[in-house]
Design a protein around this ligand. Structure first.
Ligand SMILES: [Zn+2]
Length: 287
């Protein structure tokens, strides 16, 4: 489903008048894929594009992102297929409060009994199911889910021997959270970055009365992301970090394809360029 305010205006000024590539029930995003290990205690348990990651520890497990509402049963099956148990998930985390990453959280919380830990900026959206969103009102809502612990920038979540840090990278949502953690693989330690999102799908960047500081927030976010050391590059959408291609290469003997610091830099360059061109186009046509 794509929202187009007007096909003619859309063709003339795509960044100004085309609406978001928000795809609530996209089969392309939600095709089942086989779960797999990325590094020692880090596993992929999401769908073909909407991601979900399982981090296991001796004290219980952490699950980052719940996909769409329809993804929840896939995540549950994927966790079980790897030999883990949803009842063992103690902490649920979220990249951001949009229906393609938070839609399954209420169900996953119900079956696991886990605590949901989320950013201050996205708590309201999580608890209302993204009603009255600054960009799309009530069009892309999801089942509301209660937040048990609210985090600020730099806060850490520790379970067992694993600590994961929240970096608030706002713009895409007010509390968009990029998570980082160290992980080991074949005896070496790597910095993992789980990028929230830097896209601005159909967003009004210039003169947005509902989110006046939106441009400042994106600019801050690119600065923060550039400052993070990254070896293993992951994100809320598989398309951001070439999930499918990397999964295929995982079984070859060339080393772990998810260790991709250059891919991370290239993603940031590409997405910052995209953001700047949207902003420039909107600025040119601003009243
Ligand atoms: Zn989103």
């Amino acid at each position: 489903m794509r929202f187009r305010l007007c096909p003619f205006l859309c063709a003339l000024f795509p960044f100004l008048f085309c609406a978001p590539p928000a795809v609530p029930s996209s089969r392309d995003w939600n095709r089942p894929v086989k779960p797999f290990r990325i590094a020692d205690n880090l596993y992929y348990v999401g769908a073909s594009d909407v991601t979900s990651f399982l981090i296991t520890t001796p004290e219980g497990d952490i699950l980052l992102d719940g996909g769409l509402r329809e993804t929840a049963p896939q995540i549950e099956r994927n966790v079980a297929a790897l030999g883990f148990h949803m009842e063992n998930v103690k902490i649920l985390l979220n990249s951001h409060a949009h229906m393609d990453h938070a839609g399954g959280l209420a169900e996953l919380k119900r079956i696991s009994g886990a605590q949901l830990v989320a950013s201050r900026g996205d708590t309201h959206a999580l608890e209302t199911g993204d009603r009255d969103d600054f960009a799309w009102g009530n069009k892309l809502t999801f089942p509301p889910v209660k937040v048990d612990r609210i985090l600020s920038d730099g806060d850490r979540v520790t379970l067992g021997n694993t600590t994961i840090t929240a970096h608030i990278t706002p713009g895409h949502t007010r509390g968009c959270t990029t998570w980082t953690m160290p992980v080991t693989d074949h005896g070496k330690t790597y910095n993992v970055v789980f990028v929230c999102s830097t896209s601005a799908p159909g967003y009004k960047l210039v003169g947005n009365h509902k989110y006046p500081q939106i441009v400042h927030d994106y600019e801050h976010t690119f600065q923060v992301l550039r400052s993070l050391p990254c070896d293993i590059f992951l994100a809320s959408h598989g398309s951001f970090f070439d999930l499918t291609a990397k999964r295929k290469r995982l079984d070859s003997s060339e080393g772990n394809p998810f260790i991709d610091p250059n891919g991370y830099r290239a993603f940031l360059d590409r997405s910052e360029r995209e953001f700047k061109s949207i902003l420039a186009a909107q600025s040119r046509h601003a009243p």
